[in-house]
Design a protein around this ligand. Structure first.
Ligand code: HEC
Length: 114
């Protein structure tokens, strides 16, 4: 149950982050949730920058939503998630660099959802 609440709050913060980005208002809420993700990502992928994380986020909410909505990346094991991203990156025609940013973002969201 606790896990569900945390997953929901991560999804809400992603939604809020997207909305505030579109409205071009304060980025404070984006930055605070992304700070936690950046910390989590750096455990797994050291030296990831906020810029890279934001790039991953915009791919996730952009190129990755061409065929379906934003998929919940927290419901898979990390290895399953990476397999799916391998297939989806081809579908979305991501460059190797874009794919890497997306992986970091997705793994960070997954890590902060537990
Ligand atoms: C060219 C169309 C297309 C693009 C672009 C695309 N997907 Fe998909 N995706 C699909 C289809 C088709 C499915 C399978 C049907 C479904 O679950 O909606 C799918 C399924 C998924 C699933 C569920 C897989 C499972 O086995 O449970 C995830 C997660 C996912 N996509 C993530 C992404 C991500 C992340 C991106 C961006 C890199 C992306 N998709 C881009 C077409 C696409």
């Amino acid at each position: 149950m606790k896990k569900l609440i945390i997953i929901a709050s991560v999804l809400i913060s992603i939604t809020v982050a997207c909305k505030s980005k579109k409205a071009a208002t304060s980025t404070a809420s984006t930055d605070s949730s992304m700070d936690a993700q950046l910390t989590a990502i750096n455990v797994r992928f050291p030296n990831t920058t906020m810029e890279e994380l934001k790039k991953g986020h915009s791919i996730y909410t952009g190129a990755c939503t061409k065929c379906h909505g934003t998929k919940d990346v927290t419901v898979y094991t990390e290895s399953r998630l990476l397999e799916i991203v391998d297939v989806m990156a081809l579908k979305a025609k991501l460059t190797a660099e874009e794919k890497q940013s997306l992986i970091k973002f997705a793994v960070g969201v997954r890590a902060t959802s537990k």
